[in-house]
Unconditional design. Structure first.
Length: 401
């Protein structure tokens, strides 16, 4: 990691000294992570945006001495199931949604995430009693957007609709969303047993029987029913999901591509993000089609996939990893970034996988980098060995943690 330090007296600092155009917040004596390098200097925030990035340190009445801590752009999370844990903290326990959303929002803020695409499954199976397949996306989305409109949320929320192909209600549920719903991503998922993430039925057996307490006979019946359903609806549901993504203005993502053929099929649909490819073959094919590869931060932190798929570290070492997602552990995003910086020996490049790269993939041009004129989403991080410790978080220039 290269750090440049210089002593300058930039215009915003001079303005602050004269009382003209004074920044709201001045962060000095910091390692500032830019998109392609790390500098030592001062960051000025004003009116919800980044006013200036200056090399060198200043001593002003409103300055915050960062004592050499790292400043990174606010993290951008594209795929998280974290809200589900707050809504149903234990099996059979349905927690009130508004406080659950606030707790989810606060947890993300505490880990340095300032923009989130809340993942909501659309597509339910209503002919069985599996409660995790009930319809829930539309009312929950309405509650998230209502809290946002009321100014109750600390960070910026968009929606990520996870379109489950192997379902009975997908197209009906997608019809319930409009262009006003801040749907930024629509991912096409196919959890039909025997393919993609659950191509190994032993892994699926462990997951389903463990979570739902099914007998072996009941598990076999579940597999047969889901396979028949997937075969019946796959073509229509994929086409419908693509059409709805275009209608909503959402970026299209694939999910758990396993083979080069599946990647080619995803590319033909117009996919722009490859979520969690399960093999190096699929990751390499995604790169060949100029589709950025997103992997789970927990995979990188743990040293492997909990589903037995390709390790994120292997993809990083082969230059096949572009974006990290916290998936089901918000705090994993910064930890994985530090691990990635060690693999690549490049902090700026690692930080880009959780800031600039996800911003580009979702067409968010106003954030993801520390640059004058962009949103003042900034995180102050200290390192205790290899452990990142969040000191402060600013969202749109407002101190939220």
């Amino acid at each position: 990691m290269m750090t440049r330090t210089a002593q300058t007296d930039a215009a915003p600092v001079r303005a602050a000294r004269t009382g003209k155009g004074m920044p709201d917040t001045v962060l000095t004596n910091a390692k500032i992570v830019l998109e392609n390098e790390v500098i030592r200097g001062t960051l000025c925030l004003a009116g919800g945006t980044i006013q200036a990035v200056d090399q060198g340190n200043v001593a002003l009445p409103q300055s915050i001495d960062c004592d050499g801590d790292i400043l990174v752009p606010g993290l951008i999370e594209l795929h998280t199931d974290n809200l589900e844990r707050h809504i149903q903290p234990r099996p059979g326990v349905d927690w009130p949604h508004a406080p659950a959303i606030l707790a989810h929002d606060g947890e993300l803020a505490s880990t340095g995430i300032t923009t989130v695409f809340d993942a909501l499954r659309v597509g339910s199976v209503i002919t069985t009693n599996r409660t995790n397949y009930r319809r829930y996306a539309r009312p929950l989305a309405t509650e998230i957007l209502d809290l946002r409109a009321r100014g109750a949320l600390r960070i910026s929320h968009f929606l990520h609709l996870r379109a489950e192909v192997c379902s009975e209600t997908l197209l009906d549920e997608l019809e319930e969303f409009t262009e006003a719903d801040r749907v930024g991503i629509l991912s096409i998922m196919d959890h039909t047993p025997g393919q993609r993430q659950f191509r190994e039925l032993d892994k699926l057996r462990q997951y389903v029987r463990g979570k739902h307490g099914l007998s072996e006979d009941a598990f076999q019946q579940h597999v047969a029913a889901q396979q028949a359903l997937g075969d019946r609806v796959r073509t229509a549901h994929e086409a419908g999901a693509v059409a709805h993504a275009a209608r909503l203005g959402a970026v299209l993502a694939s999910h758990d591509d396993t083979t080069a053929a599946q990647v080619r099929a995803s590319a033909r649909l117009g996919v722009r993000i490859a979520e969690f490819p399960t093999t190096i073959e699929a990751a390499r094919a995604s790169r060949d089609h100029s589709v950025p590869v997103m992997m789970g931060a927990p995979n990188l932190v743990r040293g492997g996939s909990h589903s037995g798929n390709i390790a994120a570290a292997d993809l990083a070492e082969q230059e096949l990893l572009d974006i990290l997602s916290s998936d089901f552990i918000p705090g994993s995003l910064l930890s994985a970034t530090v691990r990635l910086a060690e693999i690549w020996d490049d902090l700026a490049r690692a930080v880009s996988t959780v800031t600039a790269a996800p911003a580009r993939a979702t067409r968010l041009a106003d954030r993801g980098r520390i640059e004058a004129g962009l949103r003042a989403d900034v995180v102050r991080v200290a390192l205790s060995g290899s452990l990142p410790v969040v000191r402060n978080v600013w969202s749109h220039g407002r101190l939220i943690g």
